[in-house]
Design a protein around this ligand. Structure first.
Ligand code: NAD
Length: 255
């Protein structure tokens, strides 16, 4: 018996086997979920197809969250194939390389807007399309980071975007709660992924993290996957609007 037996969910944001979204997907599959995957573009399709197929997924679709037509076609396909949806994992973010390198005060208008659109607005856009498919209620989970509330070196405009994302989680939780849809976030500790490689001095961040985190170990995508299942399954039936740290306790320490 799995915690997600009989549930169907969409995973947005797998780029490769190091992705946090992949850690969540593997565990969700182990718990009995049927999964659909999206990939950003053709060059990532090559990596996502074999991963998705290894979890017996038959729904693998392109979706740039900046493209409303692609979002619409993903949900139209889910309607056609499944007729309903139980959960969404939103595990994606983006900021331009320049905006992660330059001084924060030099962030361009376009770069600020792009980071917000991809990393925060997209949660709203996906939730909006999921509502008609979640007639029996559902769970929406996103991934955030401590940089939303404290200044983490080199996180810059992503910190602003994560603050917006967390506020979006709370707004959506109130908005869709009466329909039985829950919206939550996991705030993961630093993990070496493709997205993390865009953050300067990430290696130093990781070693500082491991030295200071109460559990004295790195966070893995398996750790995040395991904790995420709580939000995707019925054990969290009375939990919404929450941001939960999965960071070996790092966030509670001061020095
Ligand atoms: P990743 O690079 O594996 O995943 C990021 C995903 O975002 C990729 O699959 C990429 O294709 C997707 N993406 C970017 N722009 C997109 C767009 N326009 N449309 C659709 N998809 C788009 O990196 P990750 O670390 O697994 O990131 C997943 C989530 O976890 C992100 O929200 C990230 O901010 C968050 N997070 C990461 C860490 C970390 O240290 N790695 C810590 C906390 C939170």
């Amino acid at each position: 018996m799995g915690l997600l037996d009989g549930k169907r969910g969409l995973i947005f944001g797998v780029a490769n086997h190091r992705s946090i979204g992949w850690g969540i997907a593997e565990r969700a599959r182990k718990e009995g979920a049927t999964l659909g995957f999206t990939y950003l573009n053709e060059s990532l399709a090559k990596r996502v197809y074999p991963l998705a197929e290894s979890l017996n997924s038959e729904l693998i679709l392109q979706c740039d969250v900046n493209n409303d037509a692609e979002i619409d076609s993903v949900f139209a396909e889910v309607q056609k194939r499944w007729g309903s949806l139980d959960f969404i994992v939103h595990s994606l973010a983006y900021a331009s390389g320049d905006d992660l390198k330059n001084e924060f005060n030099q962030t361009s208008r376009e770069g600020f807007s792009l980071a917000m659109q991809v990393s925060a607005y997209s949660l709203l856009a996906l939730t909006n399309r999921a509502i008609p498919l979640m007639k029996e209620g559902g769970s929406i989970l996103t991934l955030t980071y401590l940089g939303s509330e404290k200044v983490v070196p080199n996180y810059k405009v992503m910190g602003v975007a994560k603050a917006a994302l967390e506020a979006t989680v709370r707004e959506l939780a109130v908005d869709v709660g009466p329909r039985g849809i829950r919206v939550n976030a996991v705030s993961a500790g630093p993990i070496k992924t493709l997205a993390a490689s865009g953050i300067s001095e990430f290696r130093q961040l990781l070693s500082h993290f491991e030295g200071r985190a109460p559990l004295k170990k790195p966070v893995t995508i398996e750790d995040v996957g395991a904790a995420s299942i709580f939000y995707l399954c019925d054990l969290s039936a009375a939990v919404t609007g929450e941001i939960t740290f999965v960071d070996c306790g790092f966030n509670v320490t001061a020095i």
